[in-house]
Ligand binder design. Structure first.
Ligand code: PLP
Length: 430
C-alpha cells in the first residue's frame, strides 16, 4: 500500500497537551483512546483493538457506523453542493427533511427551524417562547420554569435550565439567567403515580404564571441529569397545567427522539403535543451535526406578527445540505425498518442481561426503558479506571457520576448486548 493510504499515527501527545475534550481538565485530562474507524456497532482503535459500542456516539449513531445508505446520501450530495447559505436560498435536502419532520412529529408542529446542535435547538426554542409572549404584548413573561435534574445543553440559555448543581451554575453566577426550578419528577415510569406531584407542581404555576414564558422538560427520560424514567401522568399533568396557566410547553426530545424510548417521540407515551419541540442527536444518523426546533402555526404566527416580525436566529450552517441529506436518509432507513421490533428486542435483551447486576452489593438500581439500560451504583464511578477495564474486555461505555448506562446503536446484535452487560457486571462484581 502506498504512503498515500497509510494513516499516520495519531499524535496522542499533541492531543493531550493542546486539545480540550468534553468536560475535562487541560492539566489532568482523562485518557482518550485513538480511533481509526468504526463499522456497524464496532469501533476500531489505532492499537487494533475492537470495541463493541454501547454509546452510539452519545446516542446519535442509531444505525451504527459506516452505513452504506447514509454514506451514499452523503456522497451523492457532496458532488452537488456541500453547503449553501440558507439566508435567501433553499434546497431539496432541507425541504425534504422538513417535510418528513412535519409528518412524523405530533400534529400541531408544522413550522421547522433547522439549527446546528442540540444546545442551539434549545436556545432557539427559548427565544421562540420569549418572542411569542413579547409579540402578544405580554412583557413580563421572561422567565422559564423547569424541573430539577434536567439537562438541555451547554450554551448559556440551555445551561440556565439544566440542573443547577450538576451543571455547576455557581461557576457562572451573575451571568447566568436565574429561572424557576420545581422538584424533579419522582413517580417512576410504569409504577404507581403519586398525584401529589401535580399538586406541588401546580403551586409553582400559581405563584409564577405571570412571569413564566415556558416550561421546558425532557419528556419521560431525564437523560444526562440522572437517567430517570418518570411517569407518563406527570407529563400529561404538566401539559394540562401549562394550558391552564398560559405557559408554553417546550419538550426537549434531543435524546429521546427517533425511537429510543420505544415510541418515535417520547411525548407519545403521554399522548401530548408540546407547543415547541427540540430534536437532535439521532436525527443525524450519527453523521453531521444538525438539530431542529419545531413549533405550531399559532406560535409561529404570533412571533411573526410581533414588533420584530422575524425569528431572531440564523446560523451560518443552517440547513446544511450534507447534514440534511443524511438526516433524510436516516429517517427513511428508520421508518422502513421494523424499528419498533428492534427496540422491543433491545429492551428485552437489556432487561435480561443487566438483571444480574441488581444482585451486586455495589449496585443501587437497574432500570431499562426502550433501548436504554441503566445501572445506578452506590458510589461515583472512576471513569478512567472503569473505561480501562472496558477497553481490556472489548467494549466502549462512558459512565457519569453514579450511572453506568447503555444506549447502543439499534443494529446491535443480541450477543453484543450480552457482552456489554457482562462486562458491566464483571467490573462491578468486586
Ligand atoms: C436532552 C438534551 N438536550 C440537549 C442536549 C444538547 O445537545 P448537544 O450536545 O447536541 O448540544 C443534550 C445532549 O446530551 C440532551 O441530552
Amino acid at each position: 500500500m502506498s504512503d498515500k493510504y497509510t494513516q499516520p499515527k495519531i499524535d496522542i501527545e499533541f492531543d493531550k497537551n493542546h486539545i480540550w475534550h468534553p468536560y475535562t481538565s487541560m492539566t489532568e485530562p482523562l485518557p482518550v483512546y485513538p480511533v481509526v474507524s468504526a463499522n456497524k456497532n464496532i469501533i476500531t482503535l489505532e492499537s487494533g483493538e475492537q470495541l463493541i459500542d454501547g454509546m452510539a456516539s452519545w446516542w446519535s449513531a442509531i444505525h451504527g457506523y459506516n452505513n452504506a445508505i447514509l454514506n451514499e446520501a452523503l456522497t451523492n450530495q457532496v458532488s452537488k453542493m456541500s453547503h449553501i447559505m440558507f439566508g435567501g436560498m433553499t434546497h431539496a435536502p432541507a425541504v425534504n427533511l422538513c417535510k418528513k419532520l412535519v409528518e412524523i412529529t405530533p400534529e400541531p408542529l408544522t413550522k421547522v427551524f433547522l439549527a446546528d446542535s442540540g444546545s442551539v435547538a434549545v436556545e432557539v426554542a427559548i427565544k421562540m417562547s420569549l418572542q411569542y409572549w413579547q409579540s402578544q404584548g405580554i412583557k413580563n413573561k421572561t422567565k422559564l420554569m423547569t424541573v430539577a435534574k434536567g439537562y438541555h445543553g451547554d450554551t448559556f440559555a440551555a445551561m440556565s435550565v439544566c440542573d443547577p448543581i450538576n451543571s455547576m451554575h455557581s461557576l457562572y453566577q451573575g451571568f447566568l439567567p436565574e429561572h424557576i426550578f420545581t422538584p424533579a419528577p419522582s413517580s417512576r415510569f410504569g409504577e404507581e403515580f403519586d398525584e401529589n406531584e401535580l399538586e406541588i407542581l401546580e403551586s409553582y404555576f400559581i405563584e409564577h404564571q405571570q412571569d413564566v414564558a415556558a416550561f421546558i422538560i425532557e419528556p419521560i427520560v431525564q437523560n444526562a441529569g440522572g437517567m430517570n424514567f418518570y411517569h407518563c401522568d406527570y407529563l400529561s399533568g404538566l401539559s394540562r397545567l401549562c394550558d391552564k396557566y398560559n405557559v408554553l410547553l417546550i419538550c426537549d426530545e434531543i435524546a429521546t427522539g427517533f425511537g429510543r424510548t420505544g415510541k418515535m417521540f417520547a411525548v407519545e407515551h403521554a399522548n401530548i403535543s408540546p407547543d415547541i419541540m427540540c430534536i437532535g442527536k439521532a436525527i443525524t444518523g450519527g453523521y453531521m451535526t444538525l438539530s431542529a426546533t419545531l413549533t405550531s402555526d399559532k406560535i409561529a404566527k404570533g412571533i411573526s406578527e410581533g414588533a420584530a416580525g422575524v425569528m431572531m436566529h440564523g446560523p451560518t450552517f443552517m440547513g446544511n445540505p450534507l447534514a440534511c441529506s443524511v438526516a433524510c436518509a436516516s429517517i427513511d432507513l428508520l421508518l422502513t425498518s421494523s424499528w419498533q421490533r428492534k427496540i422491543e428486542d433491545l429492551n428485552s435483551w437489556l432487561i435480561e442481561f443487566l438483571a444480574p447486576c441488581d444482585d451486586l452489593s455495589t449496585v443501587k438500581n437497574v432500570r431499562v426503558l426502550g433501548a436504554i439500560g441503566v445501572v445506578e451504583v452506590n458510589n461515583i464511578v472512576d471513569v478512567a479506571a472503569f473505561q480501562k477495564q472496558c477497553i481490556e474486555q472489548g467494549v466502549w461505555i462512558r459512565p457519569f457520576g453514579k450511572l453506568i448506562y447503555l444506549m447502543p446503536p439499534y443494529i446491535t446484535p443480541k450477543e453484543d448486548i450480552k457482552k456489554l452487560a457482562n462486562v458491566i457486571y464483571s467490573i462491578l462484581d468486586i
